[in-house]
Design a protein around this ligand. Structure first.
Ligand SMILES: Nc1ncnc2c1ncn2[C@@H]1O[C@H](COP(=O)(O)OP(=O)(O)OP(=O)(O)O)[C@@H](O)[C@H]1O
Ligand SMILES: [Mg+2]
Length: 350
């Protein structure tokens, strides 16, 4: 993990934690850490030694193909199930079997939340409120407003749409104003306006120092929203770090030149990132791909112009999506159908 990148942050967080007299451990600066977390369902290994490091005050995008172990992780983090091995540290303290009472500082939305269908949205929130730390009526109203449910707050939850139930789930997770928020695919069923509103809410929470761990399959959304990303496949972490660092390390710039200029362009661009980083595909004649940070796109253009080659097309790909596919073994085969529907399961428990 990129501890170095977090070091300044860690010092800041450490200072503020010390102010509050918080118990400190090796994982200072982390709101959440798992070490060697293992969980099997029968003989099926869902988590094969997961090490997550979620810095405080950040939005952490938790990504992985279907079956990679995201929901299992969230369930372990909230004590719904228990690990076979490994450790969890929540908000600077070990979280064990008997520590569920400490979760008042943690808000969670895991899979489809269950509400009483015969009660209204407002009544359900009040019901959740009575089970946790003290929550005022005003807070319930505030969250109904924030999640756009206020006009339907008196209606029974059984009459809610999928997205409305999801909004209520997000409201319930936020109810106790938690320091750490665990959201498992919160965008599920939300309409575009709902997704934008949720993104703004989460950004606001991070801005005031809360930590958000959010799993999602909407890579473009995560790319816009998350500060840090962790990508898991088959129950293991395959990459973790600040979003911008990962994208810069894995970016791709695509450029189109004349068909008779492809070879010349490849030679000219080779010094930029190494010959192996420049590829062309028979499926897209004239297009070259250069593994390069997107902010260096201008250099591609300049070098080609210097070689007397005029680019007729220049673009950067959806970087997080490419990184995700590459790391999780689902990269589309050039010119082929791709293996997008290949799941982590086939590579699990290696
Ligand atoms: N209750 C269960 N019993 C048996 N196997 C389970 C159970 N829950 C999860 N699994 C298995 O554990 C693995 C991880 O599942 P998990 O739900 O954590 O994946 P996920 O990353 O959340 O996937 P998705 O993106 O589809 O939500 C999968 O192979 C799944 O089949
Ligand atoms: Mg899941």
């Amino acid at each position: 993990m990129t501890r170095k990148a977090y070091s300044r942050d860690q010092r800041l967080r450490q200072a503020s934690a010390l102010d509050k007299g918080t118990f400190m451990t090796d994982n200072d600066g982390l709101a959440l850490a798992t070490r060697g977390l293992r969980k099997s369902y029968g003989s099926h290994v869902a988590l094969a030694g997961l090490d997550l490091s979620v810095p405080r005050g950040k939005i952490y995008g938790f990504l992985g193909p279907n079956g990679a172990g995201k929901t299992t992780t969230m369930r372990l983090l909230t004590g719904l199930i228990h690990p076979d091995a490994g450790s969890i540290e929540l908000l600077g303290r070990p979280f064990g079997r008997r520590d569920r009472h400490r979760l008042y500082d943690v808000g969670a939305l895991i899979e489809s939340p269950s509400f009483y269908p015969f009660l209204s949205g407002r009544q359900n929130l009040r019901e959740v409120a009575t089970n946790g730390a003290a929550v005022t009526r005003g807070r319930v109203e505030e969250l109904l407003e924030l999640t756009g449910l206020i006009d339907r707050a008196r209606d029974k939850v059984s009459t809610y749409s999928l997205g409305m139930k999801q909004r209520l789930g997000i409201a319930a997770a936020l109810l106790s104003d938690p320091t750490l928020l665990l959201l498992d695919e919160p965008a599920n069923g939300l309409d575009p306006a709902g997704i934008v509103a949720m993104r703004e809410t989460l950004r606001h929470l991070a801005a005031i120092g809360k930590t958000v761990l959010v799993s999602s399959h909407l890579l473009a959304e995560v790319q816009q929203m998350a500060d840090v990303v962790g990508i898991i496949a088959a129950g293991r972490l395959v990459r973790e770090g600040p979003m911008q660092e990962l994208l810069n390390a894995e970016g791709i710039v695509r450029v189109r030149v004349g068909l008779d200029e492809v070879a010349g362009a490849a030679v000219a661009l080779a010094p930029l990132a190494g010959a192996a980083a420049v590829t062309s595909s028979a499926a897209e004649p004239g297009w070259l791909s250069v593994r390069l940070a997107p902010d260096r796109t201008g250099e591609v253009n300049r070098i080609l112009a210097g070689a007397g080659i005029w680019a007729t097309g220049l673009e950067t790909g959806n970087d997080l999506e490419m990184l995700f596919l590459e790391l999780t073994g689902g990269a589309p085969v050039a010119g082929g159908e791709g293996t997008f529907f290949g799941m982590a399961g086939s590579r699990a428990a290696e």
